[in-house]
Design a protein around this ligand. Structure first.
Ligand code: NDP
Ligand code: MG
Length: 382
């Protein structure tokens, strides 16, 4: 259990739910960060009284410092601010609730400071997973997943001492709002359609990723990195009800599943209280009122993003970086109404075609690939 945390991305969906858990469990907050939402950050800082708050740019930092004057809270900005928040001496744990590759540097800073990292941000594990996991090993940092599927797997693995016991990880997938449609029908969907997720209320980027099933593709690679398994050992199963959060099949044929009412506060709480389980106000899972639990294979024709992610999982190296960063760039264009929904997979495919793969990349190669993938998407839509 950690008693004090730094929360990176406190104003987002995971960030706000992490603060719910902090209120419930009496966990202190040493640092809060956001990109630019200073109104909410101010409220959070007044309530939790961290030592440090960080935003991306100087201007909002000055404004926030003016508003928090007299509260003995230091306000910092930029990458250095984020890194300081991630490596605060007084924080035992760091929650990475920033969206996208922007989380990479502060995550590495948290790892190098030997913190428990409650890992919500999946993009960094996809882009730089091998490096992140190796560095964590070197610095003795504990990596605990927050993503509900990976938390489920982590929970199912608690009794298992040897990774060789794992036969297969079964990632469940809600199927998103466009389940059952053809590729053509999916391609014509609008932003309003894509932002309507059946079972979870999340930030816009991940909600769009759930609609293309890229989210499950990123999670496929995330699972390989976190649990050190091969792509052949990961399976995706459509489970519309989001009651089983994922499963582990062991060598002896036993399959363990973690079930529960869909609520991100459960995996967040577990990542912070682990190895303990603490009481919560989460509504009980009433099995007698549950709809029938169903399972189906994913449709890789209708959802090419998942197919591409599975291919990148096989190829490894910087192909996973291209996949993620081209997707981040394409989703941003879609959010700005500059491309159609169906163009997201096309732009990712084009970047994967054009950018050569580097196996076992160093940090510089990952950053260079990230830049090239974004540039490739920008050029394609010019
Ligand atoms: P949101 O968009 O709701 O929140 C993102 C947070 O990051 C905000 O605090 C935002 O600040 C901050 N931020 C955004 N861009 C930057 C940047 N360039 N530099 C620094 N800070 C930045 O995202 P979610 O909470 O939905 O997701 C966060 C991460 O968790 C993602 O990686 C997602 O995949 C993962 N995740 C989310 C789940 C969910 O249920 N939401 C479930 C599983 C995983 P500001 O408000 O100022 O913009
Ligand atoms: Mg998930």
């Amino acid at each position: 259990m950690v008693n004090t945390i730094s929360l990176l991305g406190s104003t987002g969906s995971i960030g706000r739910q992490t603060l719910d858990v902090c209120r419930e469990q009496g966990i202190k907050v040493a640092a809060l960060t956001a990109r630019s939402s200073i109104d909410l950050l101010e409220q959070q800082a007044r309530e939790f009284r961290p030592q440090l708050v960080a935003v991306n740019d100087l201007e909002p930092a000055l404004e926030l410092a003016r508003r928090l004057k007299g509260l003995d809270i230091e306000v910092v900005y930029g990458l250095e601010g984020l890194r300081r928040a991630a490596s605060m001496r007084s924080s035992e744990g760091v929650v990475t609730a920033v969206v996208g590759m922007a989380a990479l540097w502060p995550t590495m800073a948290a790892i190098e400071a030997g913190k428990r990292v409650a890992f919500a941000n999946k993009e960094t594990l996809v882009c730089a997973g091998e490096l992140v996991m190796e560095t964590a090993k070197r610095y003795g940092a504990e990596i605990i997943p927050v993503d509900s599927e990976h938390s489920a797997i982590f929970q199912c693995l608690q009794g298992s001492r040897d990774r060789g016991e794992i036969k297969k990880l079964i990632l469940t997938c809600s199927g998103g709002p466009f389940f059952g449609l053809s590729r053509e029908e999916v391609g014509r969907k609008t932003k309003a359609d894509a932002l309507r997720h059946p079972n979870w209320n999340m930030g816009e980027k991940i909600t769009i990723d759930c609609a293309t099933l890229m989210n499950k593709g990123l999670e496929f690679i995330e699972a390989m990195r976190l649990f050190r398994v091969t792509p052949e050992q990961v399976e995706v199963v459509i489970h519309r009800q989001s009651i089983i959060h994922s499963m582990v099949e062991f060598q002896d044929g036993a399959v363990l599943a973690q079930m529960g009412t869909p609520d991100m506060r459960l995996p967040i709480r577990y990542a912070l209280t682990y190895p303990d389980r603490r009481k919560s106000e989460l509504p009980e899972l009433d099995l007698l009122k549950c709809p029938p639990l169903t399972f189906a294979p994913p449709d890789l024709e209708a959802f090419p993003c998942l197919k591409m992610a599975m291919e990148c999982a096989q190829i490894g190296g910087t192909s996973c970086t291209v996949l993620n960063s081209a997707n981040e760039a394409a989703v941003e264009l879609f959010r700005q109404d500059r491309i159609a929904f169906g163009q997201i997979p096309d732009l990712v495919a084009e970047a994967l075609d054009k950018i050569p793969n580097v196996s076992h990349p160093a940090m510089e190669e990952i950053l260079e690939t990230d830049r090239r993938a974004r540039e490739c998407v920008a050029e394609a839509v010019k």
